[in-house]
Write a protein that binds this ligand. Structure first.
Ligand SMILES: [Zn+2]
Length: 278
């Protein structure tokens, strides 16, 4: 799934290309695409696109009177629509502008979870943005410490929980834990002052590395292209120490880590499954 750096760089690309263009028409192409009934998308017709922004992993197309919030989920993409075909492959929704250009939301696969919310007023106070934690690129050490204390849980899950900190996903959770030299299973409430400092620094560095990479591209990267030290590198040598990158596998994601760098050499097993293996 695209995470904060990919969504941020993409928002910047779309903003540079489409800001100030008046909206002519919004067309849902799949019945699941539009998640809201009021205000109608027509509220934004003839209004200029003020800016394209980001909140968490959501893209925001702000037309002043209404904001279109777009969540790409796993396989969604929002791209300039050159062909404007009647039934585009994987098509979910289309924004057509007065100058003849268009943006097309597509979602590959069968999950059908990508979506568009049309919101009037402050989008922060409404679903799907309501309840998101602060954006990960704005969280410093002093903000991170109380969040860790208030949410005692495994560090990897903490980093991925959008209600605690918004914008990080599976790749950055793995990369942040590795860079901070902390176990992905570390209890957040037990991290000491130095751990928290390393964690805050790692979040910043990993996001900046991702942004620097992503801003050099003309389209959003695929997960496999993104810079990583442990994610997608299970079985390879750790770039920091040469130990083998290990994994704890879950049905929907993989926790990748280096035992030498992060757990004092301890090989992790998931408690919830390992008891059945004994
Ligand atoms: Zn290592």
């Amino acid at each position: 799934m695209p995470e904060l750096p990919e969504i941020q760089a993409h928002a910047e690309r779309l903003d540079a290309a489409f800001a100030t263009a008046p909206l002519e028409r919004f067309t849902p192409l799949a019945f699941t695409a539009l998640k809201t009934a009021s205000p109608p998308p027509e509220a934004a017709y003839d209004k200029e696109l003020v800016f394209v922004g980001r909140r968490g992993k959501h893209l925001l197309l702000d037309f002043g009177v209404a904001t279109f919030v777009v969540h790409l989920m796993q396989g969604g993409r929002l791209k300039p629509d050159e062909k404007q075909a009647a039934k585009p492959r994987f098509g979910q929704a289309r924004w057509r502008f007065a100058d003849g250009r268009a943006l097309l939301l597509t979602e590959a696969g069968t999950e059908r979870k990508a979506g568009v919310w049309v919101l009037a007023g402050d989008p922060e106070d409404q679903a799907p943005l309501l309840g998101l934690g602060p954006d990960a690129d704005t969280v410093d050490r002093s903000q991170l410490a109380p969040l860790l204390q208030e949410h005692p849980m495994r560090l990897h899950g903490f980093l991925r929980d959008q209600h605690i900190i918004a914008g990080l996903g599976r790749l950055l959770a793995n990369e942040v834990c590795h860079r901070a030299r902390l176990s992905p299973f570390a209890n957040t409430a037990k991290l000491d002052h130095d751990d928290v400092a390393q964690l805050a620094e790692a979040i910043g560095v990993c996001i900046n590395d991702g942004l620097a990479f992503e801003r050099g591209l003309t389209e959003m990267s695929s997960s496999a292209q993104r810079p990583s030290n442990v994610h997608h590198r299970v079985g390879e040598p750790c770039p920091a120490c040469g130990d083998t990158v290990r994994a704890v596998e879950y049905s929907r994601y993989t926790v990748a880590y280096c035992a030498s760098c992060q757990t004092g050499g301890k090989v992790l097993a998931d408690n919830t499954t390992s008891k059945f293996l004994k």
